[in-house]
Design a protein around this ligand. Structure first.
Ligand SMILES: CC(=O)N[C@H](C=O)[C@@H](O)[C@H](O)[C@H](O)CO
Ligand SMILES: CC(=O)C(=O)O
Length: 307
């Protein structure tokens, strides 16, 4: 059976942070207000939950289920799409999460390459993805390509070669790499009902020029409003304006990276900019000193003064 929710995934998709209490437990109460914030303040209408930014690999399978369910329930009638990342090191865990995502009526699932024992070939990775997808055959399936984190350097283009025969529910790639040739080759290979979404926010404009259908990233949590303007400018052919926004974002990010910028810092920056209480990250990520996030916030305010 073809996936039910065959709406093409486009535009900005926020890769959400996982709300955690100071005691280290997941904090579901923030998810409702978080969705309202994304929609109203950032103009972001889709989310990618339990991904890298959501610290999925540091969560238990049970926690991931509870989170995914809350996101799906709270997003009903408010968000266009909730994509649940279900990738795990264990195929069994990934299948369990994929089945669960279908039960809670997620709009799609995504899977990252396993990275402890790594697939040594595109075929090994494809077979792993097929086995996960087959646990939720009605859900649109996205491959999550992030070689800098997984250490799996299979080209995305090689991975998607003939994949629709193995995974009929295949609907695209979340491409978080800097190889624009590989990205372009994925886009030119994709049939119209697939989405290739870019995941390096600092160079989204390059990916749009290559034909990316949308973007999934962490900074859309708090800079979605600016990136929506970048995308509109690009679509109107106003490259000067689109570059101005991209360059400002790059200035902010390079400032943050010089100070040290990981998911813990990113999460604290989101706390400061949004006023939401997403809490600290989970170990091994370290809690970010407030002063550190405040310095980045100050830089943000100087680069993007309130209009
Ligand atoms: C490694 C990582 O977390 N990548 C994110 C998504 O793929 C991006 O959204 C980055 O956080 C963002 O581009 C800032 O570098
Ligand atoms: C950024 C992204 O897509 C993720 O956090 O999974």
């Amino acid at each position: 059976m073809a996936p039910a929710a065959d709406k093409k995934l486009t535009g900005l998709v926020a890769a959400t942070f996982t709300p955690i209490t100071t005691q280290g437990e997941i904090n579901l109460s923030v998810i409702g207000p978080y969705i309202d914030y994304l929609k109203e303040k950032q103009g972001v209408n889709s989310v990618f939950v339990n991904g890298t930014t959501g610290e999925s690999m540091s969560l238990s399978v049970e926690e991931r289920k509870i989170l995914a369910e809350e996101w799906c329930q709270r997003a009903k009638g408010k968000m266009d799409q909730v994509i649940v990342h279900v990738g795990c090191l264990s195929l069994k865990d990934a299948q369990e999460l994929a089945r669960h995502a279908a039960q809670i009526e997620a709009d799609g699932i995504a899977v990252i390459a396993p990275s402890f024992f790594k697939p040594s070939t595109a075929d090994a990775l494809k077979t792993f993805l097929r086995e996960v997808a087959s646990a939720a055959p009605t859900l649109p399936f996205y491959y999550y390509h992030i070689p800098s984190v997984t250490g799996v350097n299979v080209k995305a283009r090689e991975l998607i070669e003939g994949i629709e025969k193995m995974i009929p529910s295949f609907r695209g790639v979340k491409f978080s790499g800097n190889d624009l040739m590989d990205l372009g080759q994925c886009i030119s290979y994709s049939p119209p009902h697939w989405s290739v979404l870019y995941g390096m926010d600092e160079q989204l404009l390059g990916a749009l020029a290559m034909g990316a259908h949308g973007a999934v990233g962490s900074t859309y949590n708090y800079m979605g409003c600016h990136f929506n303007k970048l995308i509109s400018a690009f679509e109107k052919g106003d490259l000067v304006q689109a570059r101005t926004i991209q360059f400002k974002m790059q200035e902010l990010l390079s400032f943050a990276m010089k100070l040290g910028f990981d998911v813990g810092v990113n999460k604290q920056l989101m706390n400061e900019l949004s006023g939401l209480d997403l809490g600290p990250p989970r170990l091994p990520l370290m809690t970010c000193a407030t002063a550190h996030a405040l310095a980045i916030k100050q830089k943000y305010n100087s680069i993007f003064p309130e209009e």
